[in-house]
Design a protein around this ligand. Sequence first.
Ligand code: SF4
Length: 597
Amino acid sequence: MTKSLALSKTDYKIARSCLTKLYYRLRKYPSNVDGDEYMELLAQDGYMIGAIASLLFPDAVLVDEPDHDKAVQLTHQYLQQENVTLLEAAFESGGKFARPDILIKQGIHLTLIEVKAKSFDSSKENILRNKKGGIIPEWLPYLEDITFQAIILRELFPASTLTCELMMPDKSRTTSINNLHALFALNLIKEDDSGYPRARFTFKGDVELLRENHFLTRLNVDLEAGELTPEVSSTAAAFFNSMNPLTKIPVPISFACKDCEYRVEEDETPNGFRECWGELADPKPHLLDLYHGGTVKAVNELIGSGKTGLFDLSESALGKKNGSMGTIASRQLIQMRHTKDNTEWIDPALGDILASYSYPLHFIDFETSALAVPYHAGMKPFENVAFQWSCHTITAPGAEPKHAEWINIRETFPNFAFAESLMDYLGRSGTVFTWAKHENTILKSVLEQMEGRHKNAALKDWLEWMTDSRMVDMNQLTLNHYFHPVMKGRTSIKKVLDAIWRANPSLRSHFPEYVKEENGEMLSPYKALPPSTIAEKEVVVNEGTGAIRAYQSMLYGQKLDPDIRDQWKNLLLQYCKLDTLAMVMIYWHWSEKLHVL
Ligand code: SF4
């Protein structure tokens, strides 16, 4: 007789977002999370936090067994002791399986500790609840996770008392350990018996120092776990039933499917999205391409009635009942009309706006990192590190852009040197352009970081001046004044550049080094960036997460090899340089179209 499939806490979490996904996960359908750099980076950060948490319990015993059944048996043996602390213990009850990060047994009292790489601020009260006393939705996945485990423990040990705690990076604490991030080594990656990889980090630094200087805080969540128990218990039972026998439970498709992780490339098989949507996945342009489509009530009604083409939506469905159009609806209308005509839209009003900007025009971009495990002493978890800037400057109408850049290559907190070099370069003249608000946010955080840590009155004054609505957001200009059908519902710099790069041959002849075609198709300049071969692997940096990884590799990787360090540095420089050149290209394209000198 085959053993029933047990519901793990990860299964529970995935099924909670959509029950059909549980089937795809257990059948190991391809997902766009597989190999996703950002998800991997977050996972690694989480594993490091897990490693720190386990080191805080010096007497803890690791249940080092990937096989579920053997791990359950081993846990059972360890729990014969009166007092014991277990890491990755294994429990199964009523078809539910979990491996709590930390379990402390003291006689009949159990303390369940779930470690999360989510930040919180222990100096603030009542962080889990809103003013009306309800649990804040962003905390629900974490609280349901620990509730799921608490339910299993209560079923197995009804005579025991139980305390539930989350342990998380605390933004009111700092570390005094320098280069903490570099003191971890990824020493083991193995798959558990459900086939999903598990990574483990070992700490190469001074463990006693870490115990005295860590930044994790435990938060009691007994009340919340108690409140969520009935709901989690009945939901878990329904999920378990769908697994035994494994059955695909169809969930009504909706606009929420847009970001489904099983929305993989059309030709990939098996294809979860395709199975859910069938022929409704086919129309081009698709209703899921609509800018902020989830805000339009008629969108889900149309999907429910089997119509999924963008032009199945009537323009009248975009407005309010009184016929007026808000900002989002106006953008949607432009998208629909200009997609139908296959025409670019450039608002004539943009001409006067561009003409009003004073020279020099500076186009800036930052590369930054904010991870749970800080790089430097004195830092809080998730504190921003600004490690690189690039700027293209056009000094006068018709002038060629000049490039300037700065990158940190030392193992020290770089933010003040970063901001000082930027201040020295930009000064206070002309107009500074960014794409979105990130640069403003970073400069504001550098200003806060200066408090009590760095004295430089001129810098403080300049940062206050710069962050006082000084920068022009080109993403906002795009949203208000520009659309091209290639962009669909998106306005990221990469999408906009891709559109104008194809549309504007003069740009391509001006910057031939970024021209690359594949199978007769013009590639985006980001895809034309030349790779480097590092440790026999071809690598290229062409997005933000890749830049963070490259920075870590440059500073903490094979740092004894200056050539490899230089290769990472050059990859970072060429990527950030293109980000600001992309802004120049877009600006030029707009100026050319609107005859702005
Ligand atoms: S496509 Fe939609 S219904 Fe299907 S698994 Fe994804 S989110 Fe669920």
